[in-house]
Write a protein that binds this ligand. Structure first.
Ligand code: SF4
Ligand code: SF4
Length: 248
């Protein structure tokens, strides 16, 4: 069983993006972001308040998406997170992860560099809609295992990478948080005080069973279509965008 890493967090502040990679690990090729998957400033403030009151020892927080720089309150979010680091957690590695794709994003990254030199910029400099090495998350491994009693144990992502927060709450990983917006388990944890290894591990069965990363499934760059397995196909056929997850 993989152990969710309670010291590292990825925050998906938006699921809007300037690209639409067909192997996007947030499912953006199937569903672009909307107001339900966009975090509000009040949610960022709530996260900071909960982090302070819980004394959460974050070592690393990565602000990402989607493309975080196109969030309509990106500057304000950066400022709140920077002030949290400065006042309460000076050793925090605060990172912004961007695709670096458009001129707008490039300008935002320059602004970030000039105004917040302590924030680390991870610019992946993406150039098109194929991301080499990304797993095929829309291929449910339960369609391969075909065993309803299979016990899912998570993967390296939750342990080596980070747990996550998005507009619907905390998840065992950011990929899992994206999967929940399709399958609507509505299991995002709303209070950091309830985020622990036990509660996060309970997400493995519903989320990992729908995730191709569980078996490191990939397509090659000759395949420029979104590949989905039977379980995903059924989910998408019944998908109702007006049926929203509870918000964080
Ligand atoms: S740039 Fe990243 S978030 Fe945007 S569509 Fe591609 S993989 Fe998804
Ligand atoms: S949902 Fe996917 S990425 Fe997340 S822990 Fe499970 S297998 Fe790994």
């Amino acid at each position: 069983m993989y152990i969710p890493n309670m010291k590292k967090l990825e925050i998906d502040i938006t699921h809007n993006c300037t690209l639409q990679c067909f192997n996007c690990d947030r499912g953006l090729s199937l569903l672009q972001g909307n107001k339900n998957t966009t975090m509000e400033l009040a949610q960022i403030k709530r996260f900071v308040d909960q982090s302070i009151s819980c004394g959460q020892p974050w070592e690393q927080i990565r602000i990402m998406g989607g493309e975080p720089t196109i969030h309509h309150e990106f500057n304000e979010i950066i400022h709140i997170m920077y002030e949290y680091k400065r006042e309460y957690n000076p050793s925090l590695r605060l990172i912004v992860s961007s695709n670096g794709y458009t001129a707008y994003t490039k300008r935002k990254l320059l602004w970030l560099e000039e105004n917040y030199p302590d924030i680390i910029i991870e610019n992946t400099n993406k150039v098109d809609n194929y991301q080499q090495g990304f797993n095929l998350i829309h291929y449910a491994v339960c369609d391969i295992h075909n065993n309803p009693n299979y016990e899912y144990k998570g993967c390296w992502t939750t342990e080596a990478c980070a747990i996550s927060l998005n507009a619907s709450g905390f998840y065992c990983c950011a990929v899992g948080g994206a999967i929940d917006k399709f399958f609507k388990y509505n299991i995002g944890i709303k209070d950091l005080a309830e985020v622990n290894v036990e509660n996060l591990s309970k997400m493995f069965n519903p989320l990992c069973s729908k995730c191709g990363r569980y078996q490191q499934l990939q397509v090659d760059n000759n395949n420029i279509e979104v590949v989905v397995s039977a379980t995903w196909k059924k989910c998408l056929e019944n998908f109702d965008e007006s049926d929203c997850l509870d918000r964080y």
